[in-house]
Write a protein that binds this ligand. Structure first.
Ligand code: BGC
Length: 781
């Protein structure tokens, strides 16, 4: 597997240096364009076997048939171009290709591609660019310039338009409804999802111009099944170019910014928007998008790492670009998929990845967007309550995978092959990976305590906290022998262990969730009796409080053994130990399941991802330094890091423990999960949590920013080679500018309307205006 990825000398560009049609998936995913409303994989203009020409509109879930779960449907494509030179179809596996380069500019959100292609006596110079607008979320555009570099006329025929022959790996979610052309230039394709009945209207204006000695010989419109295309026949004189522009707009009946979501109104919207886009032209439309990226993201919350290694800033920019491309900042009825909007992997579903690894970036940088992400969980309470009731529990039990707010549990039932039985493996996460319910409460509470958004808390957030806690009061099981409550038969973060009893992470976070609810009830009663009464009427807080007191007093929390190791679950420590060396190599993790099935792995001390380590990281104050080190030493060697959520947690925790070398090693590896040379790692889409994790590693790990129990702490741990880290965060409705060097920590309160309080190595610090701390002095104390 030869890497073709190249990083420019500036921190904003990632490049594909050589075309290789075996690497399609990698670049389709990492070069995907998006604006949170839509995401489009960077499929090449010309077709290749194995390509995935995916474009998704966030939140437009559909269920293919009764046996499948709901998924984001792959909508008609607008970027494909079928180009023929005489009878030769453009295909870079044929002819001779030189000067190839495809570049994603993270700052502007523009994807450009260029190459020279020679077939027979024809020399063609190809240049394309495209964007998904960050200014107007319905808009996308592309421009292709083809120049005749040869000495004879270049005869070209190309087709482009709107292509509804897409599917989700074979599942076709759309009907073939209405296609129409307006005034030779504008194509409109109307279609509807089969089960959820969401209307999609795709409108594209196409225009071709050629040099003065060249000729557009013919233009015709064709409507094959599920396609609406225009075919252009062109004679291009030597040295001259053709420019093909496409300006498109997409509207759906699920959009929250259209006044009337009926088909005719959406069609009108599309036509009007495209009319304006065509008047303005590609360049102006692109510029509006570039300005929006600049104003809404890069200038608003700049983060600068001063390091001799360009990858430090580049990987952070890459992560931030994708975080904004995938996150629906416009609509709280949807959330972030585990693969963003960049692939069919995980079907567009939302996991705990949001609360644990993606939400922090938004809480600290864009709290308005964070509010929408947590509000989504509030709006999903109906499905969570249904799930709890169906399983015989009280309160709200959140789905392991969620899609549209009403869908409830959306985890598929069947997964990959079991190499021993030859049958499909049953996915149990939807049934027993239950820590998600507490993770949702965790995210909600993080948002509330960092922003102090009382209005959100009182109207929405508290309900989530109380009803998730109520779930746990009914979920814990009384163990008569041991006179304690236990949580049996779960999957913890280590998904290699099914039917685990007392997974430490699950027990602790469930306990934390119940404790939070108990404190909340007592605080509301004391401080906000009106709010208390409201909730009491709706949710009977007296009985909830009684149950919480009882469960909290008697819930089993696995304790460190004599060596300081917390058992991951009841039987983990007594299982066989396997030498994992061959599986811990980043490119070979999957090989574990070529040699063993899940049942066998279940009987070994193997951990998929941070589990006890995540527990220690989240609930740091509850454990001694000795316990933290003992567990690091015990579990890390037994961890395959077979989830992109793992290394980021290990980076932050290692930085916190003062394990500088390990922290930097994990950071190097974690940031390369998508961006690195592994040409297969991103085929199903980028890893959303790991991208959130890049920000977490920089700001929490090395910047040393943490918030625990509602308290802000800043203990910088910059890698030695970093000269400085400069960033901003929002905390308690104040914008803080933080500048860290090897010697100094400067915290400036840019808002300045409230005094900010944070902890620095055990000392309480207050900032009204600017505070400078000499780190050399702290270190010598
Ligand atoms: C991980 C889960 C994660 C999911 C989606 C799985 O491989 O084990 O923790 O939520 O991927 O990213």
């Amino acid at each position: 597997m030869v890497s073709t990825i190249q990083y420019a000398n500036n921190p904003w560009e990632v490049r594909e240096a050589v075309f290789n049609s075996h690497n399609l998936g990698k670049y389709e995913a990492i070069f995907a364009l998006g604006n949170g409303y839509m995401g489009s994989r960077a499929a090449t203009e010309e077709h290749y076997v194995g390509e995935k020409r995916d474009t998704f509109i966030n939140g437009t879930f559909d269920k293919f048939d009764a046996d499948e779960v709901t998924e984001l449907p792959n909508m008609p494509d607008i970027f494909q171009l079928r180009l023929r030179v005489q009878n030769q179809l453009l295909d870079l596996n044929t002819g001779s290709v030189t000067d190839y380069q495809r570049t994603l500019n993270l700052q502007t959100g523009e994807l450009t591609r260029q190459f020279k292609w020679q077939v027979d006596e024809h020399h063609l110079n190809f240049h394309s660019s495209r964007f998904v607008s960050f200014h107007d979320r319905h808009v996308l555009g592309s421009r292709i310039t083809i120049t005749n570099d040869g000495s004879v006329d270049l005869p070209l025929v190309f087709e482009s338009g709107i292509d509804g022959q897409q599917s989700n790996s074979g599942s076709q979610h759309f009907n073939d409804w209405e296609k129409r052309q307006y005034e030779d230039k504008v194509l409109q394709y109307v279609t509807k999802t089969n089960q959820s009945n969401i209307v999609f209207v795709i409108t594209a204006g196409q225009s071709v111009t050629v040099g003065e000695n060249s000729e557009i010989v013919n233009t015709r419109t064709i409507m094959p099944r599920r396609q609406l295309l225009q075919e252009f026949t062109i004679r291009l004189a030597p040295g001259e170019s053709l420019v093909f522009e496409k300006n498109a707009a997409i509207f759906t009946s699920r959009d929250n910014d259209v006044l009337y979501p009926d088909k005719e109104s959406l069609q009108q919207n599309g036509l009007q928007r495209v009319d304006q886009l065509m008047r303005d032209g590609y360049q102006k439309n692109l510029q509006a998008s570039i300005d929006a990226w600049q104003q809404k993201v890069w200038e608003k919350m700049p983060i600068t790492i001063d390091s001799p290694d360009n990858m430090d800033q580049l990987s952070l920019n890459f992560a931030r670009y994708h975080l904004h491309a995938m996150t629906p900042a416009h609509d709280e009825r949807m959330n972030v998929g585990a693969k963003g909007l960049t692939g069919e992997g995980y079907k567009g579903h939302t996991f705990w990845d949001t609360e644990m690894f993606i939400l922090p970036y938004f809480i600290f940088n864009f709290p308005d967007t964070a509010r929408k992400l947590v509000k989504y969980r509030y709006l999903s309470l109906g499905g969570a309550r249904r799930k709890a009731a169906a399983n015989g529990f009280k309160g709200a039990q959140y789905p392991w995978e969620s899609a549209w707010i009403n869908d409830g549990e959306s985890t598929p039932i069947w997964g990959g092959v079991d190499i021993i039985t030859g049958k499909a493996t049953k996915i149990l996460s939807g049934f027993i990976e239950q820590h998600i319910t507490a993770d949702v409460a965790y995210g909600t509470n993080e948002y509330i305590s960092a922003t102090q958004d009382r209005q959100f808390a009182e109207r929405f957030g508290y309900e989530v906290i109380l009803d998730t806690a109520r779930f746990w009061t009914s979920r814990v099981e009384w163990c008569e022998d041991k006179q304690r409550y236990e949580i049996r038969d779960v999957i913890g973060p280590n998904e290699y262990k099914e039917h685990a009893n007392n997974n430490a992470f699950t027990n602790y976070i469930a306990h934390w969730n119940m404790q939070l609810a108990l404190h909340l009830i007592d605080r509301l009663k004391q401080e906000s009796p009106l709010v208390y009464d409201q909730y009491d009427q709706k949710m009977d807080l007296v009985s909830l409080r009684r149950d919480l007191m009882d469960r909290l007093a008697k819930l089993y929390l696995p304790q460190p053994n004599a060596a300081g190791v917390i058992p991951e679950d009841d039987t983990y420590l007594s299982k066989q130990v396997l030498d994992l060396q061959q599986y811990r190599d980043g490119n070979n993790v999957g090989a574990l399941f070529d040699h063993f099935n899940l049942d066998q792995v279940n009987h070994m001390q193997i951990t998929k991802q941070a589990d006890v380590i995540l527990l220690l990281y989240l609930f740091e104050k509850q454990f001694s330094a000795q316990v933290k080190h003992a567990n690091w030493n015990y579990y890390e060697p037994k961890t395959t890091h077979d989830s992109s959520l793992s290394m980021l947690t290990h980076t932050i925790f290692a930085a916190y423990l003062g394990l500088e070398k390990q922290a930097e090693d994990f950071y190097e590896r974690a940031r390369l999960i998508d961006l690195g040379p592994n040409m297969k790692s991103s085929n199903d889409g980028i890893h959303a949590a790991s991208l959130g994790g890049i920000w977490n590693m920089v700001i929490f790990g090395f910047g040393g920013v943490r918030y625990l129990d509602g308290q802000l702490r800043i203990n910088p741990n910059l890698p030695k080679k970093w000269r400085s880290l400069d960033f901003r965060i929002w905390w308690h409705q104040q914008e803080l500018h933080i500048h860290e060097t090897q010697d100094q920590l400067i915290v400036e309160n840019l808002t300045g309307s409230d005094r900010i309080h944070f902890e620095h190595h055990g000392e309480q610090c207050f900032v009204d205006d600017t505070l400078t701390i000499d780190l050399k002095q702290t270190a010598s104390k």
